[in-house]
Write a protein that binds this ligand. Sequence first.
Ligand code: BGC
Length: 680
Amino acid sequence: MNEIYSKEQLQKLPFMDSNINLENRVEDLLGRLTLEEKFKLCSGRLMWHTKPIKRLGIKPFTMYDGPHGVRPDTVGETKCTYFPSGICRAATWSPKLSHEFGKAVAEEVREVGAHMLLAPGINIQRTPMNGRTFEYQTEDPHLNKVLAVATVKGIQSQKIAACVKHFICNNQETNRFTVSSEVSERALQEIYLPAFKATVQEADAWSFMTCYNKVNGIYGSENYNLLRERLMEQWGFRGFTVSDWNATANTSTESCVTAGLSLEMPTAKKYNKRNMKKAFQEGKFTEDSLNDNVKRLLRVMFLVGLYDADNTLPRGSRNTLEHQVIARKIAEEGIVLLKNEEALLPLDINTIKKLAVIGPNANFKIVEGGILSGGGSSENYPPYEITPLEGLKQKCKDKVEIIDTPSKADVTIIFAGLNHDPGMDAEGVDKNAFELPLDQIELINKTVRENPKTIVVLINGSPIAMEDWIDNVPSVIEAWYGGMEAGNAIANVLFGDVTPSGKLTMTFPKKLSDSSAHVSKRTFPGDDKVFYDEGIFVGYRHFDIKDIEPLFPFGYGLSYTTFVYKNLKMNKSKLRKDDTLIVSVDIVNSGKRSGAEVVQLYVQDIESSVERPLKELKGFKKVYLSPGGKTTVVFELGKRDLSYYDDVSGKWKVEEGLFSILIGSSSRDIRLQCKIEYIG
Ligand code: BGC
């Protein structure tokens, strides 16, 4: 069992042979491990690695954060491309860009010698106050799913493991190590689980990270129902689970092993040798459970090529021009034009003489003088950062003078918003205010009095209140945290080289109490428990059913051009069991500029016997059109898109009767609609 092998002998062992079937390699290696070696493999070493087992040539498996680029060390010695934040990437509504991002970031993971990226973060954006909203994608389960699947596929196309996090209902930072998210089965099924499930079933995700919090009373890392039953048995997950860093603190060794937690990170605590041995000897967990956990980790080690010759694996690369272009494209396409009265935007570089650029975020950077403020574990050390001011200076060079006095300028741009200081968009604590800091509100209102042609560009990662100033300002842009190419992307959009096409992936409420998580302290932030009393009515589902006018709705974003929707067609008006409904619509760019439109399809059950959302996103397509250009967008829907989760039977169910198919440019701008009947 514990033979010592020479190098030559090791090379001849079956698990070393890449021509042998994966499962046979896994079984062969597992069969050679002693009990103690298995224990050893179950916990981390030095923050980002598993422990090597020299006797068998098992090298450390290395994993790094995070969702916006690789961060191989905590002092910034190795620079990597800093991509736009998750909410910005999602606002592109482009699965293609998510895939490109995944592939590019995985190339950087490979280049720094690692095997797994601790990303994507796909927790549902339940509240604008979550400190980590900027890292996540959206409030909508369908959009979340499509983008998560594309990202995971992109990452794993390079034989790098994606680690989908944080499983599950880690929707706030307040009390994150102890709080229990109290959530109904229907809300889990319809809102919180779908994207996680799809990354397994549609993208074969190789790893999941457990959450810090409890879910209905049980911590994520020892949650048998979540890990063993749902993820592994029901969904068919073949990868391994890893604890969030120190998420095992309040759990027990045996319940984690039994629940299916393969790897405790960053170091051995519940899974240290003594605890493992004792619990095992006392019969608190079985060798079968342990073997399954270890097998999963070994399987992923094989999948990423840990035992294969380097020249047989995809090549890594880092900080390439190609990656920088992807970062810039995501930043450009993620920018959302929120308001544009009298077409103040785009700016004309040939007529503007003086441009005032002011505001606390004009020089926004995540690394300043060697000091990092990236908001927690998704921080990055980029090789460079183009700030908004630098981007504008480059664009305006020799053409437009940049000044800092609004009263003397043709147009003023204020870069306002938040940053990654604790209490703003940062991990570990939730936001301490929904409003912009008072001095920024005063700056905006004072500036617009001095120069009515004032544009506010927001750099932030979550919805904020705007009621105190938005009516005074003609144009507002949401530019998010746009990564290291942000300044170039913003300048391209402001001057019309790029037509904005981003759409909000989260509803922007007028006031916080309009948001479904903010009914009382019980619903946010709770105490030892936080109650998801809103159930399935998260985000626009809540604003619709309660008939609350949001500041900006889900799916919203303006353009410099206009789009006409026409010729809505369906292949049938009655749908039987496994029929496919094909819906098509023509989109025409009726304006004078090239641009892109995100065509959204929502479904409404008109005759439901249970309470259902007034609309649910079930399809979207982003189309790019030149002026006068036309295209036909086609959607395919099935029974599943009409169904809801029935608490009583514990099954997805679709009721016979009429449904509306709503096609729109946002969740509140429905351009065309038709009805179909489900006849079972
Ligand atoms: C975060 C994870 C991260 C891990 C490692 C935790 O605090 O919640 O998202 O991947 O640290 O940095």
